[in-house]
Design a protein around this ligand. Structure first.
Ligand code: C2G
Length: 774
């Protein structure tokens, strides 16, 4: 048999499926997939059956589970101690392998099509002991990744470049080449090139030691066996390093196949499926030091590898460990770990220290001479200067600094309330209605702070602050009550007595947070951050039973849910709503006789400029709509609050009003005769008015299947038609009465399920519960 692909598996069935699918698509036949099951808990029989054609050989790992380690936290122990670990699993895979070659593929990763054939061809042509390819990284599942590759016309997937790689600042490839020629005088050119490439690609340019890995490397089994190459099972994290050093030292011939691409998948859900790199045990540092020292011994006859290892160690010291010595709460850093570092530093090849300059070189010398206080002073001074420079560039760093060091020490004020809606972009949503209820019914009882970034008239004269200003940080520290409809900044901590009311901002159609398989937003760390932020919430508002259930699973939220309807929807039940609507229409200068259509689409996770700044290109053909409907209707065009693009409606002023900057969308619902949306939660709210809703879902498949996934079957459960072209939209508007009649029953069902709690009293109910009012 030509090849054994070794796939160690412990948990994460959805990852495994992608991994096996990528093997299947290699188009090879003479191979086996050695699937090593390391104390698994999920039932994967369906997957095994589905992939029966990739010749799966199951190996049940019976080795002892990981023990005698300092896991640091219960969560870490839960993840780590119930299996034998990747090193043991990979070794078991080697024992079971029968192929002429071995390839290591982790079960949470996948390979691009053609990778294995490229590697095999290269290995045969070069008679190589091992061959490696490129390594890319991604946060996405295979289907999404491949779609990206196709979209960008890039058959290697260079869009997600290797984030585990760093460009070593002071140790370039040329330097490696030079050192190899010096150490091995007379070396032939081809061998020199091979060694330079391999040392650089497989070790030097990998971030830290953790990313020095055998995954993605094809190895001739006879070479591996004759040299007894195995992974060090003592290690949880750094088990590859020694193997790699020995392999590089012993191989006669090796080479790189540029076209072969291994895709390492990051884990966006560190709560349920943490990747090894996301786990920090209490003794990870000790393991790091031990693996370094062992690798150093294994490399002792190879001065170039020794220097590379030393360089990486020094780099880790100046970039990470030094800071720990100065700032970490754990005294170990200034006692035993300091000693360990000091001892290891004595062994470092002195000339490698010369790769570092200035401050970095000085702290290396400090640790070398064992001067703890001097070292601490120097690091603290340097960090202080860096902070100052950061503050000069961005005032929000100062706000955060003052919050953490000063404001937080002042007492919490019992009757201070801070309200924020959509990141201070508007005076709106449920916080607005709760605030107005409190001001009206309990005048003088509370002092209110509104977070608002623009000039907006807010009734009852609250204190206004800008988001991320120093005053914002001050009030965040001092207010007892928080009324937010989005997440709070990362640095906010819970103080004794704080009460956090999270109103949230919509009944979910699109899958949220932990129910979302893919995170395509600007920050893939979204799930981890969300988890941290939502731990601070005490009350969460929900408009219906459906939302409550979703929030529990999507937010992993287990505190009190206030299932009272949405305060923001109270206005739609106001006794004077017709008069209010007429006033708003006048304010927006919409002629009384004109009917209005509100077009309120949502944002797209994959189209952004940066965090919280999304692109939106208008697909609705407004000119066509004007031509067909202009006499009877006006369009209210409303982009989502994340959208940074300002839509240009020049030439259409008589037909379109851009209401993207209008504060409160509920007021816009009141004056709209029809709503057009796509996947935005706006339709759940608008349905309170029982007026017609159209869904312009021109990118349904992509949005549903790739970007998000839905909680509802959008084709069956929503109270209006899905429309895919401008012509269909026009037709639907022209026949709106027929559509209303057609959807009558479904609409009623929908209303019953999602709107029946709304009755104009939600703000009152929520306020009374949270603020303990009679
Ligand atoms: N919104 C708006 N204008 C739009 C779209 C949305 O004013 N064009 C407001 C509405 O109040 C809406 C809220 O923003 O209910 C949330 O918008 P969604 O489009 O649903 O998207 P998102 O912000 O991702 O929230 O549970 C709901 C989800 O969290 C969705």
């Amino acid at each position: 048999m030509k090849l054994s692909i070794i796939v160690p598996f412990h948990r994460g069935k959805h990852f495994l499926e992608d991994c096996l699918a990528s093997i299947k698509d290699q188009g090879i036949t003479d191979f086996e997939t050695v699937l090593v099951l390391d104390h698994i808990t999920e039932d994967i029989s369906d997957i095994i059956e589905k992939y029966s054609d990739i010749n799966i050989k199951k190996v049940e790992l019976n080795k002892e589970k990981i023990k005698d380690r300092k896991f640091g936290s219960e969560e870490n122990a839960k993840v780590l101690k119930d299996h034998s670990g990747a090193a043991a699993a990979k070794n078991a895979g080697i024992e079971a392998a029968e192929g002429e070659y071995i390839y290591f593929l982790d079960s949470d990763d996948y390979i691009l099509n053609g990778t294995i054939p490229y590697l095999l061809r290269e290995a045969e042509e070069q008679q190589a002991d091992f061959v490696y390819g490129r390594r890319n990284t991604t946060w996405n599942k295979r289907m999404v990744y491949l779609a990206y590759v196709e979209d960008h016309n890039d058959d290697t997937g260079a869009i997600n470049n290797d984030e585990d790689k760093t460009e070593p600042e002071n140790y370039k490839k040329e330097k490696v080449e030079q050192e190899i020629s010096l150490a091995y005088p007379g070396i032939d050119r081809e061998r020199l090139r091979q060694m330079t490439e391999a040392y650089y690609n497989l070790i030097l340019s990998r971030k830290g030691f953790m990313n020095v890995t055998l995954t993605g490397v094809l190895i001739r089994r006879s070479f591996l066996e004759s040299n007894g190459l195995r992974f060090n099972e003592k290690f949880i994290f750094f088990y590859d390093l020694g193997f790699m050093i020995r392999m590089l030292n012993m191989a006669k011939s090796f080479s790189m196949a540029e076209e072969a691409v291994y895709v390492k998948r990051y884990h966006n859900d560190p709560i349920h499926y943490p990747a090894l790199s996301q786990i920090k045990t209490a003794d990870r540092f000790e393991e790091y030091m031990e693996s370094y020292s062992q690798a150093r011994k294994l490399a002792q006859n190879n001065p170039v590898l020794c220097r590379i290892l030393d360089y990486k160690f020094l780099n880790a010291f100046v970039k990470t460990f030094a800071r720990n010595i100065a700032r970490d709460k754990d005294e170990l850093w200034r006692t035993e770990r300091f000693k360990l570092l000091n001892e290891a530093m004595q062994e470092v090849e002195p000339s490698v220290i010369g790769c570092f300059k200035g401050y970095e070189k000085k702290i290396v010398k400090d640790i070398l001479s064992g001067k703890l206080n001097k070292l601490k002073f120097r690091i603290n001074f340097n960090l202080g200067i860096k902070k100052l420079l950061k503050i000069r560039k961005r005032w929000r760093v100062l706000a955060c600094y003052l919050y953490e060091h000063y404001f937080i020490k002042l007492p919490v004020k019992d009757n201070w309330v801070i309200c924020e809606s959509f990141f201070g972009k508007s005076y709106s949503d449920s916080p607005k209605y709760i605030y107005e209820y409190l001001c009206k019914n309990y005048p003088g009882k509370f002092k209110f702070i509104w977070v608002i970034n623009k000039r907006t008239k807010i009734p009852y004269k609250p204190i206004k602050v800008r988001r991320f200003s120093i005053r914002y940080a001050y009030y965040l520290a001092r207010c007892k009550y928080y009324v937010f409809n989005v997440r709070q900044p990362d640095w906010v901590v819970k103080r004794k007595g704080n009460v956090f009311l999270q109103t949230w901002h919509g009944t979910p159609l699109k899958r949220l947070v932990f129910d979302q398989e893919e995170v395509m937003t600007a920050s893939p760390l979204y799930k981890a951050q969300f988890y941290k932020h939502s731990r601070l919430w005490d009350y969460l508002v929900s408009a219906n039973k459906f939302s409550s259930e979703v929030f529990r699973s999507a937010f992993l939220y287990d505190k009190e849910i206030l299932e009272y309807g949405y305060p923001r929807n109270d206005l739609m039940y106001h006794p004077d709503k017709d008069k209010i609507a007429a006033d708003i229409k006048r304010k927006l200068r919409i002629p009384e006789g004109k009917k209005t259509i509100l077009y309120a689409p949502t944002w797209r996770d994959d189209e952004y400029y940066g965090k919280g700044e999304y692109k939106f290109s208008l697909k609705l053909n407004l000119r066509l709509l004007r031509k067909e409907l202009g006499n009877d209707y006006a369009i209210l065009l409303r982009t989502h609050y994340y959208i940074a693009d300002k839509l240009d409606v020049t030439g259409l002023e008589d037909f379109v009003v851009n209401v993207s900057g209008y504060d409160d969308i509920t007021e816009l619902y009141l004056i709209s005769d029809i709503l057009i949306t796509d996947y935005s939660s706006v339709f759940f709210d608008y349905a309170n008015l029982k007026r017609p809703i159209l869904f312009y879902t021109y990118d349904l498949e992509k949005y549903r299947d790739m970007l998000r996934g839905f909680y509802l079957d959008i084709e069956k459960d929503v109270p209006g038609p899905l429309l895919f072209t401008d012509e269909e939209v026009v037709e639907a508007i022209k026949n709106i009465d027929i559509i209303s009649a057609r959807y009558k029953e479904k609409y009623e069902e929908f209303y019953e399920k999602f709107c029946s709690l709304d009755n104009g009293q939600a703000a009152k109910m929520v306020a009374r519960r949270v603020f303990n009012l009679e």
